[in-house]
Design a protein around this ligand. Structure first.
Ligand SMILES: Cc1cc2nc3c(=O)[nH]c(=O)nc-3n(C[C@H](O)[C@H](O)[C@H](O)COP(=O)(O)OP(=O)(O)OC[C@H]3O[C@@H](n4cnc5c(N)ncnc54)[C@H](O)[C@@H]3O)c2cc1C
Length: 401
């Protein structure tokens, strides 16, 4: 097949391995195997260009902008969108697997790209034709960076209580309020902003720069240090009436729908984070000696290897399953949440065990404990584990006869 994602397919890939492909042969949502060459090529790019610079991003030695652009240039964001808007028109499971590869190579870029793609999905699903024609191609090619602005200082999980307002005056909405913890803030060309109108929470496209759009200082974070996170301050921020996405008062529904899809990507990203931590633990276990033998010969270390491997593959199958349900057109909110809750908690366990296998070096090596620090965000962001467990239970109780 022909595709935009190209490059050095001859590289031997640790991160799109024969084993991963074997898994796909057995569990093959939407002919996933048809795209194994494309994914291997993308994986080769990640391994060569992104994996090596990831510690520098974590240390703040380089900016995310160059490597993120290189990732966009590979076509990653275009994977799940129709060709008429410049996309590749491929199944969502292919995009999710690409996000797994990116999560293995660098979690900060994966976070930035995954949120950016959530905005593209929002405009694609809920925007009008004019908005799609104007914005989609730029976003999915990565020429324009997008940001999703829902959370506020006093409302996160309970986003429906947002205090930011949008008032229609002379053909423009005037937005006032602030948004907290916003990824890509200050860098993005377009913000998908949620604000309350007379009819309730609504969704707007806000193009930067705008005199009413300002940013708080960059927030200090435990992990995901390569990505930018700031408060977004909206002060008499005028947007044209045409920039309302969908219907007034439906913004909370749109945000939920966007987040269901994004949760599959977050699950995939966490499988990627767990995979790199596991790979490092395995290599270290084979090389480190204690009591006259390799520590990989100790049964208690072998137990960790077995558990880590089993959990990673379980997370992988869950996000692929959720992708398959999404592609089938049904309600996938429970499956997406199951994948996210399991994969995010699983990657924390795997990263923690990887530190344990490394002993003192695990605690003192940035390049190892950053995987745990990166993973730590994702039981919180895009739906906390607590709130998603409530969602899963609610859906399953409603589904049962
Ligand atoms: C680095 C980073 C990047 C982010 N990027 C973005 C972004 O790009 N765009 C965006 O809009 N937001 C973003 N967020 C915000 C993120 O999505 C929220 O932090 C998250 O939704 C949780 O909201 P909160 O922080 O207000 O916590 P709260 O909702 O206040 O929750 C606090 C605690 O209470 C628990 N809790 C709340 N309700 C219930 C309940 N009903 N039952 C049981 N427990 C409950 C929660 O699970 C949690 O443990 C980001 C956050 C971070 C830290």
């Amino acid at each position: 097949m022909t595709h935009k994602i190209g490059g050095r397919q001859s590289l031997v890939l640790a991160i799109y391995s024969a084993e991963h492909r074997r898994l796909m042969e057995i569990f093959q949502p939407t002919r996933h195997l048809d795209y194994s060459e494309l994914l291997a090529s993308l994986g080769a790019f990640m391994e060569k260009e992104i994996l090596p610079i990831s510690p520098k991003l974590d240390a703040g030695e380089i900016s995310i902008k160059g490597p993120r652009k290189a990732v966009f240039d590979q076509g990653i964001s275009s994977i799940p969108f129709p060709t008429e808007y410049g996309g590749l028109g491929l199944p969502f499971s292919v995009f999710a697997t690409a996000v797994e590869l990116l999560g293995t190579a660098d979690a900060s870029i994966a976070l930035s790209v995954e949120i950016h793609n959530g905005v593209a999905e929002g405009i694609f699903r809920f925007g009008n034709e004019g908005q799609k024609r104007k914005h989609l191609e730029g976003i999915i090619s990565g020429k324009a960076l997008a940001s999703f602005a829902l959370t506020e200082p006093a409302s996160g999980s309970d986003a429906g209580t947002m205090a930011t307002t949008a008032e229609l005056k002379a053909g423009e909405y005037v937005i006032n309020g602030s948004k907290m913890f916003i990824t890509n803030a200050g860098e993005a060309d377009l913000y998908l902003v949620f604000a309350r109108t007379r009819k309730g929470p609504s969704c707007f496209i806000l193009e930067a720069p705008n005199p009413g759009l300002k940013f708080g200082g960059e927030l200090k974070k435990l992990g995901m240090k390569g990505s930018k996170t700031s408060e977004v301050i909206l002060s008499d921020c005028h947007v044209p009436e045409d920039n309302l996405v969908g219907e007034e008062g439906r913004g909370a529904d749109y945000a939920k729908e966007i987040l269901h899809g994004a949760r599959i990507s977050v699950a995939a990203m966490n499988v990627g984070i767990a995979q790199i931590a596991y790979d490092k633990a395995l290599a270290y276990a084979k090389s480190r000696r204690a009591f006259g033998k390799s520590i990989s010969d100790f049964q208690l270390i072998r137990e960790k290897v077995a558990d880590m491997k089993t959990e990673i593959n379980a997370g992988r199958l869950l996000y692929l399953y959720a992708s398959a349900v999404k592609e089938s057109g049904g309600d996938f909110s429970s499956e997406a949440s199951q994948a996210k809750v399991f994969a995010t908690e699983m990657s924390l366990r795997v990263c923690d065990e990887a530190i344990q296998v490394h002993g003192g070096y695990g605690y003192t090596t940035d390049d190892l404990h950053r995987h745990w620090r990166d993973a730590r965000l994702l039981t919180i962001g895009e739906g906390t584990s607590e709130v998603l467990r409530l969602l899963i239970a609610r859906r399953e109780l409603a589904r049962s006869p």
